[in-house]
Design a protein. Structure first.
Length: 117
């Protein structure tokens, strides 16, 4: 038996992405979540609201901000709760347990403040 060698002309070339088809890598801001907290279109938050000592004060401040905002897209309760949840989620593991507990209690206070117990 004779050994038959295949030519490279009959093979299809492997599919390669060209540089034109790739999206250019865009560098995102380092702390985008911090910027959202400060410059949100939803609410104008009082500076340091999430650092307040009392969960009731945090809830009251969020409620006031949500009710006075003319830029929010949802209801006042939903906007306030969303901003609080966003802050808790973005802080992640770096949030001290005492502060996390305070913010979780602030959620309950926020529900009370809006009459949604």
């Amino acid at each position: 038996m004779a050994h038959v060698r295949k030519t490279t002309q009959s093979r299809k070339p492997a599919h390669k992405k060209t540089s034109a088809s790739r999206k250019p890598a865009r560098k995102s801001p380092k702390r985008w979540s911090q910027r959202v907290t400060r410059q949100s279109d939803a609410l104008d938050l009082k500076q340091g609201v999430f650092k307040l000592e009392s969960p009731k004060k945090i809830a009251t401040s969020l409620k006031r901000s949500a009710e006075h905002s003319s830029r929010r897209k949802a209801g006042a309760y939903r906007s306030a709760l969303s901003m609080l949840t966003f802050y808790i989620n973005r802080a992640g593991k770096t949030l001290p347990k005492t502060q996390r507990a305070r913010l979780e209690k602030a959620k309950v206070e926020l529900k009370r403040a809006f009459g949604r117990e």
